[in-house]
Design a protein. Structure first.
Length: 133
């Protein structure tokens, strides 16, 4: 953060996604984060206000939201426990698509795909109205 450059104390959070040699997410790390309720804490950030058109005034909020989507995607990739826990949040994730939250490595759509991928239980709960959006 800019404040740290001036010697002002600041709080910085880092998320390290540990990968196995196969390149897939580490299920032990996913379970640890799930048991710590990291997804519940992250989901609260999805309530932050953001404008539909990207602008410099809301860039910090957009960066936080992209970080949340990275975390959620990492937690639910091929991990059915977190996929099921995030099922009730799919409407919120879909609503964020209109905000153009796009980075080279994550979008709300990418997170949504990770929630649904290889999980027929979650897919069966998707309403037709949601698919139309």
């Amino acid at each position: 953060p800019d404040g740290m450059a001036n010697g002002t104390p600041a709080e910085v959070w880092l998320f390290l996604e540990q990968r196995r040699k196969t390149g897939k997410a580490n299920p032990d790390m996913q379970l640890l984060l799930f048991n710590m309720d990291a997804h519940k804490i992250a989901l609260r950030f999805l309530l932050l206000p953001v404008s539909e058109q990207p602008g410099s005034s809301d860039m910090p909020v957009r960066q936080v939201l992209l970080g949340v989507y990275r975390l959620l995607k990492g937690m639910c990739s091929s991990f059915k426990v977190t996929q099921l826990a995030l099922m009730p949040e799919i409407d919120t994730i879909v609503s964020h698509i209109k905000y153009k939250l796009i980075s080279h490595d994550i979008t709300p759509t990418g997170c949504l795909v990770a929630i649904l991928k290889d999980n027929p239980t979650v897919c069966m709960q998707i309403s037709d109205d949601l698919c139309v959006q």
